[in-house]
Design a protein around this ligand. Structure first.
Ligand code: HEM
Length: 505
């Protein structure tokens, strides 16, 4: 070996050594910064209780523990130091985060990293210009009359041909129970797939089949949500790097979702999209982009947004209805007045006349919001209206579940299910969205809110008018399964009877 060769080899070994040493030291340094930020040693009662799970001795769900802490906080705001998380139930703070100082509170990198593999650059996971662009385009599409009547057509068809027949089978076969949560998840998956892709996955047909797309999508969203629960993001990032355990399963399920959605986009390009009303076709028509991956990301966000939220909201509604027969009776009086006696489903115009049903739906989501909490990350140091200091880079969470249970916001009867609180002279009157951020509020308010409410009203109208839907164990403790959307552990076992007619309320 010549002198030059040996010099070159020594230099390259030295460079590699320096590079790896630097990377190693930098990783250790980042880890120390991360640890110092999250204060894993914090000894305050709240953090101790969080870390040791001591809270579970007194509360069934973590959200109930947070609710208790927030109810007892003077400002309605608490800190979980070990998570560097400020949690608030104070409507003024919520308005500040979601509207007044919106630019300081994006979803942030930690959130987009968690959902990034599944949602890519889709609206649910985007910030800045990419979010603005998709928001503008999606608001235009979702606001159009054509897409609204298309959505109503799909929902009515699914109720008539699938939901009602499946629920009705339980009347004859009353020995067994139906899991209403499972049925509603299948129902909403069929609807959101037809609406987003123009594809019918047929999840709610009598054999209750397993759909590859639904299963892969469920697993992918569950495993993505579990990333948020690991003690440090480094753990799931390492697992992802080595492609092991839950990260391996996540990668596989995302691949199934991506392959199926890519295939749909390819087919749509071949057969044309001009005369179709589903979101994918409309975006393909208006966007004029050839980036199929971007198109896929945009539409997959809608699957996530519109799937479990509606099923969760309706499950919570039927739980509350089963404990409040007086509300059921009043709903029926309204439905009998507004709906056509010979038709099973309500028309769009009829849903607009249902003030009491609308109030009952809003009231049920006050107590059981499908998205129980939502977090943002502060870009700069800030002070919230209640005086709370928010450090740059830390997490800030608003908590609709706790907010629905605050006496300060809803009065001493806040735990009661009372649709009347939403009515004035029999007319539904919405509340301040920062007191009720069930659909978020401010600049990033849910884009599917109106569609969701109409879909829910249609289901309630069809089921409550015709059937007595009875929850099998109405007084069972409510337990939530961890995930992005509130899911009731153990499902919702019900029995169904033909409606008994109430003589008088
Ligand atoms: C009861 C049903 C629903 C509830 C409670 C709900 C609630 C929410 C909430 C809390 C957010 C904010 C999430 C976040 O930023 O992290 C959101 C965003 C969004 N929702 Fe909904 N949603 C529902 C149904 C739907 C449906 C059916 C669709 C679509 C057809 C939809 C489309 C969206 C979209 C696109 C966003 C993102 C908006 C943005 O980031 O600018 N949602 N929704």
């Amino acid at each position: 070996m010549s002198f030059e060769d040996s010099l070159q080899s020594t230099m390259s070994s030295t460079c590699s050594f320096l590079f790896f040493s630097f990377t190693f030291l930098f990783s250790i340094f980042s880890l120390l910064i991360y640890i110092s930020r999250i204060k894993p040693w914090c000894n305050c009662n709240t953090c101790k209780s969080y870390l040791t799970m001591n809270w579970s001795k007194n509360f069934t769900n973590l959200c109930d523990y947070y609710t208790h802490l927030l109810q007892n906080s003077r400002t309605g705001t608490i800190h979980i130091h070990v998570l560097a998380n400020t949690i608030t139930s104070n409507p003024q703070n919520v308005e500040h985060i979601l509207k007044t100082n919106f630019n300081n509170y994006p979803k942030g990198k930690p959130f987009s990293a968690i959902l990034g593999d599944l949602l890519g650059r889709g609206i649910f996971n985007a910030d800045g210009d990419s979010w603005k662009f998709q928001r503008k385009m999606a608001s235009l599409e979702l606001g159009s009359v054509a897409i609204r009547s298309y959505a109503m057509e799909l929902v009515t068809e699914e109720i008539k041909t699938r939901l009602i027949p499946i629920i009705a089978t339980n009347i004859e076969n009353n020995e067994t129970c139906l899991d209403l949560q499972d049925i509603l998840r299948r129902f909403s998956f069929d609807n959101i797939c037809k609406f987003s892709f123009g594809l019918d996955p047929c999840c709610l047909v009598p054999s209750l089949p397993v759909s590859n797309l639904a299963n892969a999508f469920d697993l992918a969203s569950k495993l993505s949500a579990e990333r948020a629960m690991t003690a440090s993001p480094l753990i799931w990032k390492m697992k992802r790097f080595f492609n092991v355990g839950s990260e391996k399963k996540l990668r596989e399920s995302i691949k199934v979702v991506n392959d199926l959605t890519n295939e749909m986009i390819k087919q749509r390009r071949e057969i044309g999209f001009d005369s179709r009303n589903d979101l994918l076709s409309r975006f393909m028509g208006s966007l004029n982009v050839n980036d199929d991956e971007y198109l896929r990301d945009i539409v997959v966000s809608f699957l996530l947004a519109g799937r479990d939220t509606i099923a969760s909201a309706l499950t919570g509604f039927f739980i509350l209805l089963s404990k409040n027969p007086n509300v059921e009776a009043k709903i029926r009086v309204e439905l009998d007045r507004v709906m056509d006696p010979v038709h099973e489903c309500a028309t769009f115009e009829q849903t607009r006349e249902m003030h009491y049903v609308t109030a009952a739906i809003y009231e049920s989501m006050r107590l059981f919001p499908p998205i129980q909490f939502d977090s943002k990350y502060a870009i700069e140091d800030d002070v919230l209206p209640d005086g709370t200091l928010v450090r740059k880079g830390s997490r800030v969470t608003y908590h609709p579940y706790a907010m629905g249970r605050m006496e300060k916001i809803w009065g001493p009867d806040c735990l009661e299910f009372k649709p009347e609180r939403w009515l004035k002279d029999g007319v539904f009157v919405p509340k301040c969205p920062f007191k009720y951020p069930v659909f978020q509020a401010g600049l990033r308010v849910c884009l599917g809110k109106e569609l969701a409410i109409v879909e829910m009203k249609s289901v309630v109208a069809a089921l409550v008018r015709r059937f007595d839907v009875r929850v099998v164990e109405p007084n069972r403790d409510i337990r939530f399964a961890p995930g992005l959307t509130a899911t009731f552990r153990g499902g919702l076992p019900i029995k169904v009877y033909e409606r008994t007619y109430n003589a008088k309320i």
